[in-house]
Ligand binder design. Structure first.
Ligand SMILES: *Cc1c(COP(=O)(O)O)cnc(C)c1O
Length: 397
């Protein structure tokens, strides 16, 4: 016998809530944002988009909070994301739009998920899956009104709607929705927005003439929900604004739009130490201390979604002041120069949050890293524990 310990003698890693780093998500903020968005589109239903784990905020708790605030629909990109919501107990209307050959159509149909088709091949696979399961599939047809990504081109649209109508007559499908997506709604007044709405109305007319009578017609993402009422139709599909972020500076500042950022990303300093003047900091020595100073080590890096492009530019609230990331962001850590201010290992540093305690926002990080706030929150990695606060709805709101 050797005396190597068996693996079971090692303690289990600590669960969520570890001191290293945490993303706190305020579910009351999610509820308030959904109510704000509903007030922007009072005649439409609201589909809260919870793809990509709720833009990094945790899909299941955010979906539940959005439902509590009146989201009658949820939307995901992949069918796997939608099936995970069903597995977690969500029973409301739920749509998923990013499909590839093979589905899984039948699982989605049997889970009462609205599926989406942009092309005949998809409709054919849906019809086959519906026949196998003996159910009527709920299908939403997607038109390409100008985004040039998903959706059916106008030239192919009459063929797609005719095939869908035939499948309806046979009982294999019900066309529940006709929909599309904007390219430039984050730039209010961009000529593509009006052109896309014209193309959408044309697609709706073609579908009606073919005998389709969809429950919901929808085109609006967050910026269109906030700024373009003529795009609301029967349903709006906001994503980033549900989490309290403005889609773009042109649309406005979150607070002025009545939105509250839900996520606060913070960490505990892993080390604080005094260093002499002229000390290089982090890989490549792109930062050098100007004088004798104190360095704080922040235990978050690009593996946690802190963009390497934020090296030397992004702000952090540490020891009571904004500090700029000193030198390069590494895989697991980066450094801030505390300028001799008092701090110790274990002190809290806040990368971003709603901003009301003087901390930077995800929008500040986006600007510093040359990206959009969507990417800042969505890429926060799996090593960062998500802590959801205000899990229970406040009856007052
Ligand atoms: C992501 C997405 C949305 C939500 O967009 P936001 O700009 O985050 O509001 C809506 N519809 C579709 C098809 C999407 O992919």
């Amino acid at each position: 016998m050797n005396d190597r310990p068996s693996p079971t003698t090692f303690p289990a890693p600590p669960a969520a809530g570890s001191r290293r780093a945490r993303a706190e998500i305020d579910l009351d903020a999610v509820r308030a944002n959904v109510r704000t968005l509903r007030a922007c589109a009072p005649r439409a239903e609201l589909m809260a988009v919870v793809k990509a784990d709720g833009y990094g905020h945790g899909a299941v708790p955010c979906a539940r909070a959005a439902r509590e605030a009146g989201a009658s629909w949820l939307g995901t990109a992949t069918p796997q994301e939608a099936l995970a919501l069903r597995a977690a107990g969500d029973a409301g209307r739920l749509m998923s739009w990013l499909w590839t050959p093979g589905g899984p159509w039948q699982e989605a149909i049997e889970a009462d998920i609205d599926v989406s088709a942009s092309a005949l091949w998809a409709l054919e696979e849906i019809v086959a899956a519906a026949r196998r399961s003996g159910r009527t599939a709920r299908v939403q047809l997607k038109a390409d009104t100008g985004l040039g990504r998903g959706g059916c081109q106008p030239a192919d649209w009459p063929g797609l709607v005719a095939a869908a109508r035939a499948a309806e007559a046979e009982g294999a499908v019900k066309v529940t929705g006709i929909w599309s997506h904007f390219a430039c709604a984050d730039e209010p007044g961009h000529p593509a927005n009006a052109a896309q709405l014209d193309a959408f109305r044309e697609a709706l007319t073609v579908a009606e003439r073919a005998g389709l009578d969809p429950e919901v017609r929808h085109h609006a993402n967050s910026p269109a929900t906030l700024t373009l009422p003529e795009s609301h139709f029967d349903l709006v599909r906001p994503g980033v604004s549900v989490y309290g972020l403005s889609p773009s500076p042109e649309v406005g500042v979150a607070a002025e739009l009545g939105l509250r950022p839900a996520m606060t990303l913070s960490a505990s300093l892993a080390l604080v130490k005094d260093v002499p003047a002229g000390h290089g900091v982090s890989y490549g020595h792109t930062y050098r201390t100007a004088g004798p100073t104190t360095l704080g080590l922040v235990p978050l890096g690009y593996a946690d979604g802190v963009p390497r492009h934020a090296s030397g530019t992004a702000p952090v609230l540490a020891a009571g002041k904004w500090r700029t990331v000193a030198g390069r962001v590494a895989m697991d850590q980066f450094v801030v120069d505390l300028g001799g201010d008092a701090a110790s290992a274990g002190d809290d540093v806040v990368l971003f949050g709603p901003g009301d305690h003087g901390e930077p926002t995800a929008e500040d990080w986006a600007r510093a890293a040359g990206t959009i706030s969507y990417e800042i929150v969505t890429r926060i990695g799996a090593r960062v524990s998500r802590i959801h606060t205000n899990e229970r709805a406040n009856t007052g709101g």
